[in-house]
Design a protein around this ligand. Structure first.
Ligand SMILES: O=C(O)CCC(=O)C(=O)O
Ligand SMILES: [Fe+2]
Length: 119
């Protein structure tokens, strides 16, 4: 059986529509704070235009670890809270951010997020 070219492989779902990256949920939990863990994959052509990731009535934090670099695929963020090497902590709900399209290779990011009550 053939599969539509655009449909992601089993276990993966498409990221923001039309931007071409794929994501896979690795874990979700509530302790010690509500969190989620995603693996993001950017194959050639995939990127994310400038956006924020608001969670209504909550504060959203993400700690992203660049597991594998590719050509292109550069993360830009208006304001980071902390950054060292391949690791970045930022407020995706507040800071505009984007990823330039991957031109060669495959980019992988481990993304851990926390959604906390606004306070
Ligand atoms: O792939 C990245 O570096 C960032 C993806 C993103 O938009 C996010 O984690 O909110
Ligand atoms: Fe984002």
């Amino acid at each position: 059986m053939t599969r539509a070219v655009s449909s992601p492989p089993a276990g993966w779902q498409l990221g923001r529509q039309g931007t071409g990256y794929e994501k896979r949920l690795l874990a979700r939990g509530r302790w010690p704070l509500p969190f989620d863990v995603w693996l993001l994959r950017y194959r050639p052509g995939a990127g994310v235009p400038t956006h924020t990731d608001p969670v209504p009535g909550k504060r959203h934090y993400r700690l992203n670890v660049l597991l594998r670099r590719a050509e292109g695929g550069v993360f830009h963020c208006e304001r980071t809270l902390w950054r060292r090497g391949r690791v970045v902590l930022f407020r995706p709900d507040q800071s505009l951010h984007r990823v330039t399209p991957v031109t060669h290779g495959t980019r992988y990011v481990l993304s851990v997020g926390w959604v906390l009550s606004a306070g």
